[in-house]
Design a protein around this ligand. Structure first.
Ligand code: 3PG
Length: 204
C-alpha cells in the first residue's frame, strides 16, 4: 500500500496526545515544519476525534492517523473524522475488520508470537511492538523477526533520538513510534523532528 510506504519513508510516527482542539495546529504544524509529515493522534483525550478532523482538513500534506484505538466504535469515529491509518496498543479483531472494510492500514500492538500469528491471520504485515523498551527492544524484535520473516515492526515506547539509530539500522524495523517528538514548545518539536529525520537519512 502506498500510504504504508510513505510512512516507512518518513521513518517515524509521532504519538500525539492533544489536550485541546486548539493545540492541534501547533503540534501538527511543528511536525510538518520538522519534515515529519505524519501523526498518530491518540484516543486518550475526549477531543481526539475533533483534532483528527481538524488536522485532516487543514494539513493536507500530513498523513493523519489515529492511535490508542481500542474498540470498533472509536475506529469508525476515527475513519469518519479522516484518519488514514489506525494504531492500537494491542490487537483487536473488530478494529481490524473495520479497517479492512474501509481499506485503511491497521497497525496493532503485539509483543508475543501468538499475537503476531493472529495479526498474520488477519492479513497484517506491519505491527506495532509496544511497549518496546519493556518487552525486550531490538533483542526481542530480532528473535521474533527470525520466526516471522515477512513481518515488519514499529517499536514504540522507550524510543527517542538517543537510541533511534540502532533501530533504524535494523532491517526488520518499519518505522519507530513515540512521544519524544511532540514534547515542549513548537521550536523544540521542530528541532527534535529534524534531528530524527537526519538520523534516519544517515542510517538507512
Ligand atoms: C505510546 O502510547 O505509544 C507510548 O506511550 C509512547 O511511548 P513513549 O512515550 O516512550 O514514546
Amino acid at each position: 500500500m502506498d500510504l504504508l510506504n510513505n510512512i516507512h519513508e518518513i521513518g517515524i510516527v509521532p504519538v500525539v496526545v492533544l489536550k485541546s482542539v486548539d493545540e492541534t495546529r501547533k503540534i501538527i504544524g511543528a511536525l510538518e515544519e520538522g519534515d515529519v509529515p505524519v501523526a498518530e493522534i491518540c484516543f486518550r483525550t475526549d477531543c481526539a476525534k475533533e483534532c483528527i478532523e481538524l488536522a485532516s482538513k487543514e494539513f493536507k500534506n500530513v498523513i493523519v492517523g489515529a492511535g490508542t484505538v481500542i474498540n470498533k466504535e472509536q475506529c469508525e469515529e476515527a475513519i469518519k473524522a479522516g484518519a488514514k491509518f489506525i494504531v492500537s496498543p494491542g490487537l483487536s479483531e473488530s478494529v481490524a475488520e473495520v479497517c479492512k472494510a474501509n481499506n485503511i492500514p491497521y497497525l496493532p500492538g503485539v509483543v508475543t508470537p501468538t499475537e503476531i500469528m493472529k495479526a498474520i491471520e488477519l492479513g497484517i504485515e506491519v505491527v506495532k511492538f509496544f511497549p518496546a523498551g519493556v518487552f525486550g527492544g531490538l533483542k526481542a524484535i530480532n528473535a521474533l523477526g527470525a520466526a516471522f520473516p515477512k513481518i515488519k515492526f514499529m517499536p514504540t515506547g522507550g524510543v527517542d533520538n538517543s537510541n533511534l539509530k540502532e533501530f533504524v539500522l535494523n532491517k526488520k524495523i518499519y518505522a519507530c513510534g513515540g512521544s519524544w517528538l511532540t514534547k515542549g514548545e513548537k521550536e523544540d518539536i521542530v528541532k527534535a523532528c529534524k534531528e530524527a529525520r537526519k538520523i534516519i537519512k544517515e542510517n538507512r
